[in-house]
Design a protein around this ligand. Structure first.
Ligand SMILES: Nc1nc2c(c(=O)[nH]1)N[C@@H](CN(C=O)c1ccc(C(=O)N[C@@H](CCC(=O)O)C(=O)O)cc1)CN2
Ligand SMILES: NCC(=O)N[C@@H]1O[C@H](COP(=O)([O-])[O-])[C@@H](O)[C@H]1O
Length: 228
Protein backbone atom coordinates (compact mmCIF):
# COMPACT_ATOMS: atom_id res chain seq x y z
CA UNK A 1 0.00 0.00 0.00
CA UNK A 2 1.26 3.50 -0.81
CA UNK A 3 2.30 5.83 2.01
CA UNK A 4 -0.57 7.27 4.01
CA UNK A 5 -1.93 10.59 2.78
CA UNK A 6 -1.20 13.34 5.29
CA UNK A 7 -3.78 15.90 6.38
CA UNK A 8 -3.29 18.99 8.53
CA UNK A 9 -6.41 20.30 10.26
CA UNK A 10 -6.77 23.89 11.46
CA UNK A 11 -9.24 24.64 14.26
CA UNK A 12 -10.23 27.42 16.63
CA UNK A 13 -12.80 25.76 18.88
CA UNK A 14 -14.51 22.58 20.08
CA UNK A 15 -13.23 20.44 17.19
CA UNK A 16 -16.30 18.21 16.69
CA UNK A 17 -15.56 18.22 12.96
CA UNK A 18 -11.93 17.41 13.71
CA UNK A 19 -13.26 14.50 15.79
CA UNK A 20 -15.21 13.26 12.77
CA UNK A 21 -11.97 13.30 10.77
CA UNK A 22 -10.03 11.59 13.57
CA UNK A 23 -12.65 8.84 13.76
CA UNK A 24 -12.68 8.40 9.96
CA UNK A 25 -8.90 7.93 9.60
CA UNK A 26 -8.04 4.65 7.90
CA UNK A 27 -11.67 3.61 7.56
CA UNK A 28 -13.45 3.06 4.22
CA UNK A 29 -14.70 6.65 4.54
CA UNK A 30 -11.16 8.04 4.62
CA UNK A 31 -8.75 5.22 3.71
CA UNK A 32 -4.98 5.30 4.09
CA UNK A 33 -5.07 8.76 5.64
CA UNK A 34 -3.63 10.21 8.81
CA UNK A 35 -3.89 13.60 10.46
CA UNK A 36 -0.26 14.70 10.80
CA UNK A 37 -0.94 17.89 12.77
CA UNK A 38 -3.77 19.82 14.39
CA UNK A 39 -3.07 23.55 14.48
CA UNK A 40 -5.07 26.19 16.36
CA UNK A 41 -5.00 29.95 16.77
CA UNK A 42 -6.46 29.51 20.26
CA UNK A 43 -4.56 27.72 23.04
CA UNK A 44 -7.80 26.83 24.81
CA UNK A 45 -9.39 25.20 21.75
CA UNK A 46 -10.83 21.87 22.94
CA UNK A 47 -9.94 20.41 19.57
CA UNK A 48 -6.30 20.40 20.72
CA UNK A 49 -7.35 18.11 23.57
CA UNK A 50 -9.22 15.86 21.14
CA UNK A 51 -6.01 15.51 19.10
CA UNK A 52 -3.87 14.76 22.15
CA UNK A 53 -6.40 12.18 23.38
CA UNK A 54 -6.67 10.47 19.99
CA UNK A 55 -5.23 6.98 19.66
CA UNK A 56 -2.50 7.31 18.53
CA UNK A 57 -2.13 10.92 19.76
CA UNK A 58 -1.97 13.56 17.02
CA UNK A 59 0.72 16.26 17.24
CA UNK A 60 -0.64 19.73 17.95
CA UNK A 61 0.61 23.26 17.61
CA UNK A 62 -0.89 26.66 18.14
CA UNK A 63 -0.03 30.27 17.48
CA UNK A 64 -2.35 33.03 18.66
CA UNK A 65 -2.60 36.15 16.55
CA UNK A 66 -2.89 38.89 19.14
CA UNK A 67 0.16 37.96 21.27
CA UNK A 68 2.10 37.50 18.02
CA UNK A 69 1.24 41.07 16.98
CA UNK A 70 1.78 42.51 20.48
CA UNK A 71 5.20 40.96 20.94
CA UNK A 72 6.75 44.27 19.78
CA UNK A 73 8.58 42.44 17.07
CA UNK A 74 7.05 44.69 14.43
CA UNK A 75 5.12 41.72 13.12
CA UNK A 76 2.01 42.05 10.99
CA UNK A 77 -1.03 39.91 10.25
CA UNK A 78 0.71 38.91 7.01
CA UNK A 79 3.75 37.73 9.00
CA UNK A 80 1.40 35.67 11.16
CA UNK A 81 -0.10 34.04 8.07
CA UNK A 82 3.38 33.20 6.75
CA UNK A 83 4.37 31.67 10.10
CA UNK A 84 1.21 29.55 10.15
CA UNK A 85 2.01 28.42 6.60
CA UNK A 86 5.57 27.48 7.63
CA UNK A 87 4.35 25.31 10.51
CA UNK A 88 1.63 23.66 8.43
CA UNK A 89 3.64 23.09 5.24
CA UNK A 90 6.57 21.66 7.22
CA UNK A 91 4.37 18.56 7.51
CA UNK A 92 4.27 18.23 3.71
CA UNK A 93 0.51 17.66 3.83
CA UNK A 94 -1.55 16.33 0.93
CA UNK A 95 -4.50 18.37 2.16
CA UNK A 96 -5.14 21.27 4.55
CA UNK A 97 -8.60 21.38 6.15
CA UNK A 98 -10.04 24.46 7.87
CA UNK A 99 -12.50 22.94 10.36
CA UNK A 100 -13.87 25.83 12.37
CA UNK A 101 -10.73 27.88 11.78
CA UNK A 102 -11.81 31.39 12.64
CA UNK A 103 -9.08 33.46 11.03
CA UNK A 104 -9.24 34.99 7.59
CA UNK A 105 -6.11 34.13 5.61
CA UNK A 106 -4.38 36.70 3.46
CA UNK A 107 -1.96 36.07 0.62
CA UNK A 108 0.79 35.34 3.15
CA UNK A 109 -0.67 31.88 3.75
CA UNK A 110 -2.38 31.23 0.43
CA UNK A 111 0.60 32.12 -1.81
CA UNK A 112 2.72 29.59 0.10
CA UNK A 113 0.08 26.87 0.31
CA UNK A 114 -0.69 27.16 -3.39
CA UNK A 115 2.98 27.13 -4.37
CA UNK A 116 2.92 30.64 -5.82
CA UNK A 117 5.82 31.66 -3.59
CA UNK A 118 8.68 29.59 -2.12
CA UNK A 119 8.78 29.05 1.65
CA UNK A 120 12.42 30.08 1.78
CA UNK A 121 14.34 32.54 -0.37
CA UNK A 122 15.95 30.80 -3.32
CA UNK A 123 13.83 27.65 -2.88
CA UNK A 124 11.80 26.17 -5.68
CA UNK A 125 8.06 26.93 -5.23
CA UNK A 126 6.38 23.89 -3.66
CA UNK A 127 3.73 21.70 -5.21
CA UNK A 128 0.37 23.34 -4.45
CA UNK A 129 -1.55 21.89 -1.50
CA UNK A 130 -5.34 21.84 -1.60
CA UNK A 131 -6.96 23.93 1.11
CA UNK A 132 -10.64 23.36 1.91
CA UNK A 133 -13.00 24.98 4.40
CA UNK A 134 -16.20 23.90 6.12
CA UNK A 135 -18.82 26.62 6.20
CA UNK A 136 -22.28 26.40 7.80
CA UNK A 137 -24.22 28.10 5.01
CA UNK A 138 -25.14 27.65 1.35
CA UNK A 139 -22.89 29.16 -1.32
CA UNK A 140 -23.05 32.96 -1.36
CA UNK A 141 -25.66 33.11 1.42
CA UNK A 142 -24.03 33.99 4.72
CA UNK A 143 -20.32 34.47 4.16
CA UNK A 144 -18.17 35.06 7.20
CA UNK A 145 -18.53 34.38 10.89
CA UNK A 146 -21.73 33.54 12.82
CA UNK A 147 -23.39 32.14 9.72
CA UNK A 148 -25.55 29.64 11.65
CA UNK A 149 -27.13 32.29 13.84
CA UNK A 150 -27.58 34.69 10.92
CA UNK A 151 -29.26 32.07 8.75
CA UNK A 152 -31.50 30.89 11.60
CA UNK A 153 -32.63 34.46 12.31
CA UNK A 154 -33.22 35.17 8.61
CA UNK A 155 -35.38 32.04 8.32
CA UNK A 156 -37.46 32.92 11.38
CA UNK A 157 -38.01 36.37 9.84
CA UNK A 158 -39.14 34.80 6.58
CA UNK A 159 -36.19 36.23 4.66
CA UNK A 160 -34.95 32.81 3.49
CA UNK A 161 -36.68 29.45 2.98
CA UNK A 162 -33.65 27.17 3.24
CA UNK A 163 -30.11 26.93 4.53
CA UNK A 164 -27.39 24.34 4.73
CA UNK A 165 -23.67 23.64 4.90
CA UNK A 166 -20.84 23.31 2.44
CA UNK A 167 -17.19 22.48 2.03
CA UNK A 168 -15.44 24.69 -0.46
CA UNK A 169 -11.97 25.37 -1.75
CA UNK A 170 -10.30 28.29 -0.01
CA UNK A 171 -9.54 31.43 -2.00
CA UNK A 172 -8.74 34.89 -0.76
CA UNK A 173 -12.35 36.02 -1.06
CA UNK A 174 -13.87 34.55 2.09
CA UNK A 175 -16.23 31.60 1.56
CA UNK A 176 -16.32 32.26 -2.20
CA UNK A 177 -14.13 29.36 -3.32
CA UNK A 178 -15.50 26.55 -5.51
CA UNK A 179 -18.10 24.58 -3.53
CA UNK A 180 -17.13 20.89 -3.33
CA UNK A 181 -20.06 19.48 -1.33
CA UNK A 182 -23.26 21.39 -0.55
CA UNK A 183 -26.07 19.99 1.62
CA UNK A 184 -29.32 21.63 2.65
CA UNK A 185 -30.25 21.31 6.31
CA UNK A 186 -34.00 21.34 7.08
CA UNK A 187 -35.12 24.17 9.32
CA UNK A 188 -38.64 24.60 10.73
CA UNK A 189 -40.49 27.65 11.94
CA UNK A 190 -40.27 28.05 15.67
CA UNK A 191 -37.77 25.25 16.31
CA UNK A 192 -35.15 26.13 18.93
CA UNK A 193 -31.77 27.07 17.47
CA UNK A 194 -30.18 24.29 19.52
CA UNK A 195 -32.24 21.66 17.70
CA UNK A 196 -31.38 23.18 14.35
CA UNK A 197 -27.67 23.35 15.21
CA UNK A 198 -27.67 19.68 16.24
CA UNK A 199 -29.05 18.70 12.82
CA UNK A 200 -26.60 20.99 11.08
CA UNK A 201 -23.52 19.69 12.88
CA UNK A 202 -24.48 16.09 12.10
CA UNK A 203 -24.48 16.95 8.39
CA UNK A 204 -21.18 18.81 8.78
CA UNK A 205 -19.55 15.75 10.34
CA UNK A 206 -20.52 13.73 7.27
CA UNK A 207 -19.56 16.19 4.52
CA UNK A 208 -16.19 17.15 5.96
CA UNK A 209 -15.07 13.51 5.73
CA UNK A 210 -16.62 13.09 2.28
CA UNK A 211 -14.95 16.26 1.00
CA UNK A 212 -11.55 15.25 2.42
CA UNK A 213 -11.81 11.83 0.76
CA UNK A 214 -12.82 13.40 -2.54
CA UNK A 215 -10.03 15.97 -2.65
CA UNK A 216 -7.42 13.41 -1.59
CA UNK A 217 -8.48 11.26 -4.54
CA UNK A 218 -7.95 14.14 -7.00
CA UNK A 219 -4.77 14.23 -9.03
CA UNK A 220 -2.19 16.46 -7.33
CA UNK A 221 -2.47 19.95 -8.82
CA UNK A 222 0.82 20.59 -10.61
CA UNK A 223 0.77 24.35 -10.77
CA UNK A 224 -1.90 26.93 -10.07
CA UNK A 225 -1.97 30.17 -11.99
CA UNK A 226 -3.98 31.96 -9.34
CA UNK A 227 -6.48 31.17 -6.63
CA UNK A 228 -8.12 34.61 -6.35
N1 LIG B 1 -8.88 33.75 2.74
C1 LIG B 1 -9.76 32.96 3.37
N2 LIG B 1 -9.61 32.71 4.68
C2 LIG B 1 -10.52 31.93 5.32
C3 LIG B 1 -11.63 31.41 4.63
C4 LIG B 1 -11.76 31.69 3.24
O1 LIG B 1 -12.70 31.21 2.56
N3 LIG B 1 -10.81 32.46 2.65
N4 LIG B 1 -12.61 30.69 5.33
C5 LIG B 1 -12.62 31.00 6.74
C6 LIG B 1 -13.61 30.30 7.60
N5 LIG B 1 -14.70 31.25 7.84
C7 LIG B 1 -15.89 30.88 7.30
O2 LIG B 1 -16.07 29.78 6.78
C8 LIG B 1 -14.51 32.47 8.53
C9 LIG B 1 -13.81 32.47 9.73
C10 LIG B 1 -13.62 33.67 10.41
C11 LIG B 1 -14.10 34.86 9.92
C12 LIG B 1 -13.83 36.13 10.63
O3 LIG B 1 -14.53 37.13 10.50
N6 LIG B 1 -12.74 36.11 11.43
C13 LIG B 1 -12.26 37.31 12.14
C14 LIG B 1 -11.88 36.97 13.57
C15 LIG B 1 -13.06 36.29 14.24
C16 LIG B 1 -12.60 35.63 15.55
O4 LIG B 1 -11.39 35.60 15.80
O5 LIG B 1 -13.50 35.16 16.26
C17 LIG B 1 -10.97 37.78 11.46
O6 LIG B 1 -10.23 36.92 10.89
O7 LIG B 1 -10.73 38.98 11.58
C18 LIG B 1 -14.81 34.87 8.72
C19 LIG B 1 -15.02 33.67 8.01
C20 LIG B 1 -11.27 30.80 7.34
N7 LIG B 1 -10.35 31.66 6.65
N1 LIG C 1 -16.92 30.45 9.07
C1 LIG C 1 -16.38 29.24 9.60
C2 LIG C 1 -17.35 28.61 10.55
O1 LIG C 1 -18.26 29.23 11.05
N2 LIG C 1 -17.11 27.33 10.81
C3 LIG C 1 -17.97 26.59 11.70
O2 LIG C 1 -17.36 26.48 12.98
C4 LIG C 1 -17.92 25.31 13.60
C5 LIG C 1 -16.77 24.52 14.16
O3 LIG C 1 -17.30 23.52 15.00
P1 LIG C 1 -16.27 22.45 15.64
O4 LIG C 1 -15.16 23.26 16.29
O5 LIG C 1 -17.13 21.69 16.62
O6 LIG C 1 -15.77 21.59 14.52
C6 LIG C 1 -18.66 24.52 12.51
O7 LIG C 1 -20.05 24.70 12.63
C7 LIG C 1 -18.16 25.16 11.24
O8 LIG C 1 -19.09 25.13 10.19
Amino acid sequence: MSAARKVVVLISGSGSNLQALIDAQNTPALPNTRIALVFSNRKAAYGLTRATQANPPIPTSYLALQPYLKANLGKTRADYDVEVARVVLRENPDLIILAGWMHIFGEGFLDLAYGLKPLEEGEEPRTPVSVINLHPALPGAFDGANAIERAFEAFQKGEITQTGVMVHRVVKDVDRGEPLIVKEVPITKGEPIEAFEEKLHKVEHEIIVQAAARVLEEAKPQRVRAYL
